[in-house]
Design a protein around this ligand. Sequence first.
Ligand code: FAD
Length: 284
Amino acid sequence: MPASAPAAPLPVPISLEFFPPKTDEQRETLEKALPALKPLKPDYVSVTFGAGGSTLAYTPDTVCHLREQHGLDAAPHLSCMGGTRQEIRDLLALYRSKGCRRLVALRGDLPSGMASYGDFRYASDLVEFIRAETGDYFHLEVACYPEAHPQSEDALADLAHFKHKVDAGANGAITQYFYNPDAYFRFVDDARRLGVTIPIVPGVMPITNYSQLRRFSDMCGAEIPRWIAKRLQAFGDDAKAIREFGADAVANLCRRLLDGGAPALHFYTLNRASGTLAILDRLR
Ligand code: FAD
């Protein structure tokens, strides 16, 4: 397909994740990406949530913008770390009034300088609270970690906590990104053995910039396999080579995931179109 041809939908459901822009420059970047991504006809798009004070408004504003100006089914992320019951209650009411039926419910991470967990300790507490407040109104996605959450005691304890979160009322799960498909397959098998039946959708991180990827991976505990890291290092400043190799590697990963039964793909777009489109072009 020529690079300029409009993107066509994949025959599997996809969802796209954005972060809420905070500056004019970031708003422009997202506005530029959207016309290229909308023809993919995502099932829904989601908007991340940064915990704490002044950033609280960015997610609802972006969700409303994507729903009202772009006609996208935008689902807010809602993280409870540092938040109060009343803040969450107000956000639930706002999202309901805007027609949102899907939320991504998370614990989040304690921002530096914030001392208190707030009214919730774990994402399972948030899921329970949302169900108690709003019944079955919202479709709730939660996060899970095929390579184990970095703060978990061990992988089996993390899996048990995931099962507890699902039992609290989650309808679906999106994974942290990973580049080893066996980690996903093993995680799904183990979850099924525990009785988890909800869809577990792989989160896919395009590879477009090595130092950024390394930074993210150090923070969230996602492993960059040695063979990928070595290649990316070897490309140095050759951005084109990194993008080409990254798109090939991640498209292969997606192909294996779909062949192995992954029900859908969730792309961490970082508000840019090119990384996601390059992967999807290779999958068609
Ligand atoms: P939890 O499910 O609460 O798990 C957190 C840790 O606590 C794990 O180690 C778990 O094993 C442990 N745990 C859970 N329950 C118990 C228990 N009862 N006893 C002991 N330990 C327990 N962050 C943001 O700030 N904003 C976002 O928008 C955002 N979006 C994300 C989207 C996806 C798809 C993913 C995968 C992650 C996202 N994150 C986001 C990051 C996420 O907030 C962090 O990974 C966070 O550290 C954990 O959130 P969680 O919802 O998975 O927490």
